[in-house]
Ligand binder design. Structure first.
Ligand SMILES: Nc1nc2c(ncn2[C@@H]2O[C@H](COP(=O)(O)OP(=O)(O)OP(=O)(O)O)[C@@H](O)[C@H]2O)c(=O)[nH]1
Length: 300
């Protein structure tokens, strides 16, 4: 029996929990079942009470107080503790049928998606551990207001890409909180962010106004010792680096974004359709009995 899930990821405040809540409401309205897991050991309040909450196992507060760690160290400690107690997940998920969409609400610490190997191990366990075998989609949210600062947008896009390459499961990128930029960004301009292209940095209005007020860039001092050059990356070098990164994203066509407005039922439904496609949810529902197919063949 297959299980289906979506892991909702992204930086702090990107709107993950709000999206999880909207998704659960949408599923329920469409007579589908959700199993909501909170894996953020610091999360306090929820619109829908989680069916499973990491805080039952360990909370960030416990980790910080008992082990004397800060918030980031505490989070890593909680995830390491989770990895040592994976039967807690297996026991809760084992009996779920294929009707359920398992929704996993992740913490927002960016380290988790970039350079710490815990998440790939967790995803491998969920998708490939034999007993669970969840068909999982990764959904990465980036706040749409980032499009106003293009360098920030590309930095966010890099973290989405990092998560995508690290996890090796079907991946959906989402620009969340679209309602916040509806009136600021023209539709035509927005299209360029949905499939980011490098020219976005060249005609960045923020950059143009900076050049007008500060004047043209000073070229970097080529005679400076290598250490100093590396540390003082500013002006032209910084822009060249940004452009190279944006070029990389563009030339591999690795990132596309879907738009999300949680206040719009169709928008939430649209993201759900993409998730369903990625995990082939509908194909697994009401499978034909072998006998049905046989009867059909005989009638021919
Ligand atoms: N305008 C607007 N605000 C939103 C939207 N989604 C979330 N927010 C607000 O953004 C803030 C953060 O939302 P959360 O859903 O808690 O974000 P999160 O990614 O779960 O945050 P962390 O748990 O800190 O990682 C809250 O104040 C939400 O009300 C949206 O689509 N539009």
């Amino acid at each position: 029996m297959s299980k289906f899930g979506a892991m909702i990821m992204g930086p702090a405040g990107a709107g993950k929990s709000t999206f999880c809540a909207a998704l659960i409401t949408h599923l329920n309205l469409n007579r589908r079942s959700a199993f909501y897991i909170n894996l953020d050991p610091a999360a306090e309040s929820f619109e829908h009470t989680p069916d499973l909450d990491i805080k039952e196992l360990i909370s960030l507060k416990d980790a910080m107080e008992e082990v004397g760690l800060g918030p980031n160290g505490g989070l890593i400690y909680c995830f390491e503790f989770l990895m040592e107690n994976l039967d807690w997940l297996t026991e809760a998920l084992d009996s779920l049928t294929e009707e359920y969409l398992i929704i996993i609400d992740m913490p927002g610490q960016i380290e988790l998606y970039t350079h710490i190997p815990i998440l790939p191990t967790l995803v491998k366990f969920l998708t490939n551990s034999g007993s669970l075998d969840i068909r999982l989609a990764a959904v990465y949210l980036l706040e749409a207001t980032f499009v106003v600062d293009r360098a920030k947008f590309f930095a966010g896009t890099l973290s989405a890409m990092s998560a995508m390459l690290m996890l090796e499961v079907p991946h959906i990128n989402v620009l969340s909180k679209m309602d916040l930029i509806k009136d600021q960004v023209k539709k035509k301009d927005l299209k360029r962010f949905l499939t980011p292209d490098v020219a976005l940095l060249e005609d960045d209005p923020l950059e143009r106004s900076r050049r007008i007020t500060e004047g043209p860039d000073e070229e970097d001092d080529e005679s400076a010792p290598p250490d100093e050059k590396a540390q003082v990356m500013k002006g032209a070098s910084f822009r060249r680096l940004n452009k190279a990164v944006a070029g990389l994203i563009e030339s591999f066509s690795m990132i596309n974004y879907l738009k999300l407005d949680v206040t719009d039922e169709d928008s939430v439904g649209g993201i759900l359709s993409h998730i369903d496609d990625c995990i082939q949810y509908h194909e697994a529902q009401d499978p034909k009995e072998p006998d049905d197919e046989q009867e059909y063949d005989e009638a021919d």
